[in-house]
Design a protein around this ligand. Sequence first.
Ligand SMILES: C[S@@+](CC[C@H](N)C(=O)[O-])C[C@H]1O[C@@H](n2cnc3c(N)ncnc32)[C@H](O)[C@@H]1O
Length: 321
Amino acid sequence: MADQGDIQVAYDAMESLWINSMKRKFGSDVALDFTGARYNGDYTRGYEESQADKRNYVLEQIGLKKGDKILDIGCGWGNMLKEINEEGACGVGLTLSPAQQKYCLGNGWDARLKNWKAYSSLSKETLNLDELTDGNLFDGVISIGAFEHFCSIEDFEHGRQDAVYRELFRMVQSCLKPKGRFYLQTMTFGDRGAPDLDKDIDASASKGSISRIVAQWKAYFPGSYLPEGEKQIVNAASQLFNLTRSEDGRIDYVETARVWLEAVNAPGGLNKWLEWGKFIWKGRGRPELITRYKAVREDAFSRGFAYNIIGHKRLTFQRCS
Ligand SMILES: C[S@@+](CC[C@H](N)C(=O)[O-])C[C@H]1O[C@@H](n2cnc3c(N)ncnc32)[C@H](O)[C@@H]1O
C-alpha cells in the first residue's frame, strides 16, 4: 500500500502547479476533482460539465438524501465533501495527504488524515471504528481514484493483493448501514494486461513507447499497483457486496488527462516557473524525480488510457445485508 510519503510525492508536490493551472484555465472556483470526469461518450461537452456529471452520478448511485452521513475514502481536495455538504448531508473524508487535509479543513469540510487501513486487520493496532462513525453507521461510502493506491508492488509480489482488497470491503461493510451503497471508481490495468515488472518497464525506451509510459506511471505513483480488472474487485467483494452497476470510463479519462495537461502546459509567467520549482523541490531525494517530471511533460497519463495500458471503472456496490 502507498504510504504517506508516497502519497505526498504524488499529490502534495503537484498541488501548487495543478491547482493554479486549473484556476488559470477555468477560474478560481473550479472544482478540484483529481479523477476522471464523466463525458459519457460526448467529447463536445466541456470538462467542468463532465466533472459535475461525475459528481452527480456518484450521489445518485449512493442514493444520497438530506441528513445522510457519507464516508469518502481518499477525499482529495474535497470535491465530493463540498457537494455532499451542499446537498444538506454530512461528508467525512479520509486522506493521506496533509496538504489536502489542510485545504479541506480550511473550507470547513471534515477531512481526517487517516489511512482506512488503520480501521482494518491490515493494521497492527486496529483503531476502533466508533472513532470514525461516532457510533452511527454511514448511509453511503464512496471512494474515487484512491483504490489504485491500496495495493503496493510489494503486496502484489507477496501475493497479498486480493487480501488487501478484501479487507477494504470488510472495513466498508463494518461502517456502512445494511443495504447501504458503496461507489468505487478506480483505474485498473487495461486490456493489454498487467505489465511484466522485469521486462515491460524502461524509462529510457523511446518517447511514447509502452515500456516508457509504464515506467513513467510507476514513477509517478510510487507504492501503488493496480487491480487486474473488474472481476478481481468483484471477487474481493463477494458475499459482502453485490455489484449493481458498472461503467467503463477509460476513454473519458483520455480526455480528462488531456485537459489537465493542456492546463499545466499553458503559459503562466513567473508563477508557473515557481510552481514547477515547487514540484521538483517537493519531489527531491526521490530516485524517480526525473521520470516523474517526464511523465507530466510527455503526456503519459492520457496515453496510458489511450493505449489501453490502463483501464478505468465506475462500480456501484450494495451491502448484502
Ligand atoms: C487521485 S486522489 C483522488 C481524490 C478525490 N477522490 C477526487 O476525486 O479528486 C487519491 C486520494 O486517495 C487518498 N488515499 C490514497 N490511499 C489512501 C489510504 N490508504 N487511506 C486514505 N486515503 C488514501 C489520497 O490521499 C488522495 O486523497
